[in-house]
Every structure is written in structure tokens, then in C-alpha cells.
Design a binder for this molecule. Structure first.
Ligand SMILES: CC(C)(COP(=O)(O)OP(=O)(O)OC[C@H]1O[C@@H](n2cnc3c(N)ncnc32)[C@H](O)[C@@H]1OP(=O)(O)O)[C@@H](O)C(=O)NCCC(=O)NCCS
Length: 235
């Protein structure tokens, strides 16, 4: 079975939407974002005999991390190496483009995906909870120097990783300067430290109801579950 992987084009979109509409019991977010991914030139597709049977999105972050998301293989073509071929293709591309690490996130229950990531050498590095969180009482910190100290403490707790749930869910290796560059406000709460990018180190901490990734479980209005963040060194 010859699998071809290449960058996705506009004409691939209907087929991608066709096989991703019902990926999970709740549906899938890929049909909503595939147009943007193709326009951004970040989506890649797998084909067999010119039929589109797989998709993945590759985002090269300014931190030297290649973020892999939205991998899907058409149900009738699973367990034949298509997911492996798609991932290897984008890992090579990321390497060529100078990325130092590849990272991705998998829902705790998703055994197929954990198997694929582990087989390719990815190692779990962080557990997060995802969902819509309620507002909580916080002290809002906007002083850049005090923010720097708080961010430093937060990165010590996460082992040097930072996530965001605004626009799309993403995690990356990060240093204090990177986090400062993407953060306007830090929220100090009783049980955690929150970031306006939709990330809390500790329990959910935010002055407004929002979608968040958090390192500890807490007061979620809508809980999407626990997710494992994986990493692979590319050098
Ligand atoms: C996850 C997914 C992309 C894997 O694609 P695939 O083409 O079936 O993967 P491969 O055939 O390359 O499998 C590679 C390895 O992954 C693991 N794996 C794949 N499917 C598995 C399953 N159902 N159960 C356990 N392990 C599995 C195995 O280790 C496998 O190697 P092996 O076949 O030699 O044992 C596919 O199952 C899928 O589209 N799932 C629905 C969408 C999804 O969950 N996406 C990931 C969200 S993070």
C-alpha cells in the first residue's frame, strides 16, 4: 500500500471534512478549522491512489517547537501505518525547518494515539486538564518585573513548559522571556497562577469565564478531560 504525504490544498478540503465529521462521539473540530489550516499552509494529507485518507496540522512555534495537532486517519484505513507515515513526514519537515523539539497533546482515554506517539519515541512530559472554567477571585498582576518572577516560579513547577488555550490548544517548551512576550496579565489566585492565554499552573485561576488548560483539576464549568503532553527531541 503506497501512502503519499504532501501539503494539503483547497481541493482536499471536502474529503478531509468527509472523513473527520464523526471522528469522536461528540464530532470533531477539524471540519471547522481545516480551511484555515490549508490557507496557512500548515496542513498535510496522506493519500492512497489519490484518495485523501489522513490529515495532520504542523505549527512551527517561535520557541523552536513543532506543534503537531489534529491527526486523523479515515476509519477504514487505520492500523496500516498511515498515522506513522503522516507523523514521520511532518517530523522530517520540522527538522529541516530547524525545529528542536516536536510536541503534541493526547486525551487520556485515546489509546490508539498514545500507542502511535510512544512508538515514534515521544515521551510524556506534562499532564493538563482542559475545559471551560468559571471566574474566581484573583489579584491581577500587570507589573512586568513582578510578572517575570511569577512566570519563573510557574515554569519551575511545569518543568519549563507553557500552554495556551486561546485560538487553539498548544503547549511548548518556554523560557521566561517567551512567556512574558505572549502574556499581558498574570492572575494570582488562592490555588493557582493564571495566564490570560488560557493556562493555569495549579487549579483554574481566571477573573473571567474562559477555556483553559490547567495543571491541576479544579472548578470547571465544562470539563473536557485530562490530556497528556508529549515531546520528542529532533536533534
Ligand atoms: C490515532 C490514529 C491517527 C492512528 O492512525 P493509524 O494510521 O491507525 O496509525 P498506525 O497504523 O501508523 O499505527 C502506529 C502505531 O500506533 C499504535 N496504534 C494505532 N492504533 C491503535 C489502536 N487502535 N490501539 C492501540 N494502539 C494503536 C500501535 O502501536 C501502532 O503500531 P502497530 O500497528 O505496529 O502496533 C487513528 O487511530 C485515528 O485517526 N484516530 C482517530 C482520531 C484521533 O484520535 N486522533 C488523535 C487525536 S490526538
Amino acid at each position: 500500500m503506497d501512502v503519499v504525504v504532501r501539503r494539503a490544498t483547497e481541493s482536499d478540503i471536502p474529503q478531509v471534512v468527509g472523513f473527520t465529521r464523526d471522528t469522536f462521539t461528540w464530532g470533531d473540530y477539524v471540519p471547522r478549522v481545516i480551511n484555515k489550516w490549508v490557507k496557512d499552509g500548515t496542513a498535510y494529507v496522506a493519500l492512497i491512489n489519490e484518495e485523501v485518507i489522513g490529515v495532520v496540522n504542523l505549527v512551527l512555534l517561535p520557541t523552536g517547537v513543532a506543534w503537531l495537532e489534529g491527526i486523523r486517519v479515515k476509519a477504514t484505513y487505520r492500523r496500516r501505518g498511515v498515522g506513522t507515515a503522516l507523523t514521520n513526514y511532518v517530523l522530517n519537515l520540522a527538522r529541516v525547518k530547524g525545529a528542536r523539539y516536536a510536541m503534541l497533546m493526547i486525551a487520556e482515554w485515546n489509546n490508539a494515539s498514545h500507542g502511535l506517539a510512544r512508538k515514534l519515541g515521544f515521551k510524556p512530559i506534562l499532564n493538563v486538564h482542559g475545559g471551560v472554567v468559571k471566574e474566581s477571585p484573583v489579584h491581577r498582576e500587570t507589573d512586568r518585573e513582578r510578572m517575570r518572577k511569577l512566570i519563573d516560579g510557574a515554569l519551575n513547577k511545569t518543568g519549563g513548559y507553557f500552554c495556551s488555550a486561546v485560538d487553539h490548544w498548544v503547549c511548548t517548551r518556554a523560557d521566561v522571556n517567551y512567556v512574558l512576550s505572549v502574556t499581558r496579565d498574570v492572575y494570582i489566585g488562592e490555588k493557582g497562577l493564571g495566564f490570560d492565554r488560557g493556562f493555569s499552573v495549579g487549579q483554574p485561576t481566571t477573573p473571567i469565564r474562559m477555556e483553559m488548560l490547567t495543571t491541576e483539576y479544579g472548578d470547571f464549568e465544562e470539563y473536557f478531560g485530562r490530556f497528556i503532553v508529549y515531546e520528542l527531541a529532533l536533534y
